[in-house]
Design a protein around this ligand. Structure first.
Ligand code: PAF
Length: 284
């Protein structure tokens, strides 16, 4: 595995591969890698001949009161993990390389509407930070395709919209959610949970699945499903942020669409967990 710290190093490597006719698939990450990330890399390897992973804790997507300073930086361990899967190159730039004019002065890429709802409602600027860094990484790495997890459903929908709106010649590959045996979606932030919170965490997915099953059984009052789910989450010890049935493509509140996503974010102590399930309604 090549380790590239500069634009010129990663660009040189990728352009050599592409000149040889190899398809390059990219997996952007914040590092602190877990099994879920490694599965993204394995999926990337199925879609091309070369895989590139980036590790960059992007200051632009963290709010002022968020965990940027505390976010675990575990580069040596991450390199060890990437060597155990089909990763051909790691791109791990410095902040200065990515933001030479400073974070405040950065030109941004903003997707309208979809970015201010759901997670965006309580994390102003977060998704513009994400689309800006993803656009920059796409320009630096110049991959043929990139893998994003469905776990971050809103992020995935926003990245797909950016790629479409800006005519970026990059295929977006969607990776399924990786779950622990108890159903909890793997996330770097699970490491913040204490033992008691770990025991409560599986309820989020359970409540999402129950809501999905009710809708599949014919319930069409989404407001009722959402309200009951929030109460259920409160009873189990979560502080729900949102629980919402949405159109899977636009993320607008569901109103007659067939492809739906139920998205949830909820606090367990000081940790905010997100998860989702998708469903297709039968044609009537
Ligand atoms: O999902 C993440 O890990 C990050 O938001 C991403 C896509 C790597 C951008 O920093």
């Amino acid at each position: 595995m090549e380790i590239c710290r500069s634009f010129s190093a990663i660009r040189g490597t990728v352009s050599r591969w592409r000149a040889a006719g190899e398809r390059v698939v990219f997996v952007p990450t914040l590092g602190n890698l877990h099994q879920g990330h490694l599965e993204l890399v394995q999926l990337a390897a199925l879609h091309g001949q070369r895989t590139v992973v980036s590790i960059f804790v992007n200051p632009l997507q963290f709010g002022k009161n968020e965990d940027y300073a505390l976010y675990p930086r575990t580069l040596d361990a991450d390199i060890g993990k990437l060597k155990s899967v089909d990763c051909n190159a790691l791109f791990c730039p410095t902040d200065l390389e990515i933001y030479p004019n400073g974070v405040e002065e950065q030109t941004t890429v903003a997707v309208p509407t979809m970015t201010n709802i759901l997670c965006g409602a309580t994390r102003p600027g977060h998704f513009t930070g994400v689309t800006t860094i993803v656009a920059k990484l796409f320009n630096i790495v110049q991959p043929d395709a990139a893998v994003f997890g469905i776990k971050d459903f809103q992020q995935l929908a926003i990245v797909k919209r950016m790629v479409q709106d800006l005519c970026m010649p990059i295929d977006i590959i969607e990776a399924p959610v990786t779950r622990a045996d108890d159903g909890v979606a793997l996330s770097s932030r699970n490491g913040y949970l204490n033992a008691q919170e770990h025991a409560i965490a599986p309820a989020l997915y359970r409540v999402l699945c129950a809501a999905r099953d009710r809708i599949l059984s014919g319930e069409r009052s989404y407001a009722l499903v959402e309200a009951e789910a929030r109460v259920e989450l409160l009873h189990t010890g979560f502080l729900p942020d949102y629980f919402s049935v949405r159109c899977a493509r636009t993320l607008e509140p569901a109103a007659g669409e067939q492809e739906l996503a139920i998205l949830a974010a909820a606090w367990l102590g000081r940790t905010r967990l997100i998860d989702n399930v998708t469903l297709s309604l039968p044609t009537s």
